[in-house]
Design a protein around this ligand. Structure first.
Ligand SMILES: [Zn+2]
Length: 139
């Protein structure tokens, strides 16, 4: 019984078997774990959806995304701050415009200025009250 298994295993090794990696055929005996790791690592990486949204909304914007995504890990060791940065980068901050879409609140208007819909972009870049806050905070 074990002899049969060993024979079939040997004949299996005797044949040249090719596998396809990145649209090229490579002989199985020449495939290394390092090569497989590199191939699968590049296939697994897909840009986050918030990054794609930014590229669509601001096509002229040139951004070093790798640097931006590494910032939460280089700027602080504080877990809550890293979490906040992660949420901002991935656009998963529940602002009034989202809560209004989920029908959880009555109005999408900004909690601070009450003039525009409260989106993450509004809070970070356009809202006069939060702008004044950050200016006072940084000076
Ligand atoms: Zn506002």
């Amino acid at each position: 019984m074990s002899q049969t298994n060993q024979l079939s295993y040997s004949s299996f090794l005797g044949d040249k078997i090719y596998i396809e990696l990145d649209e090229t055929e490579i002989e199985l005996s020449k495939v290394t774990s390092k090569l497989l790791y590199k191939t699968f690592k590049t296939k697994k990486q897909t840009p986050p959806s918030a990054q794609n949204k930014m590229k669509i909304k601001y096509p002229q914007l040139v951004v070093d995304w790798k640097k931006i995504y590494s910032l939460p890990f280089t700027v602080t060791v504080e877990t809550k701050i890293r979490e906040c940065q992660y949420k901002i980068l991935n656009d998963i901050v529940y602002t009034n415009d989202k809560l209004f879409r989920f029908k959880m609140i009555e109005s999408p208007l900004c909690s601070f200025c009450q003039k525009e819909d409260e989106s993450l972009e509004h809070l970070l870049f356009h809202c006069k009250i939060t702008k004044d806050f950050w200016l006072a905070f940084s000076s």
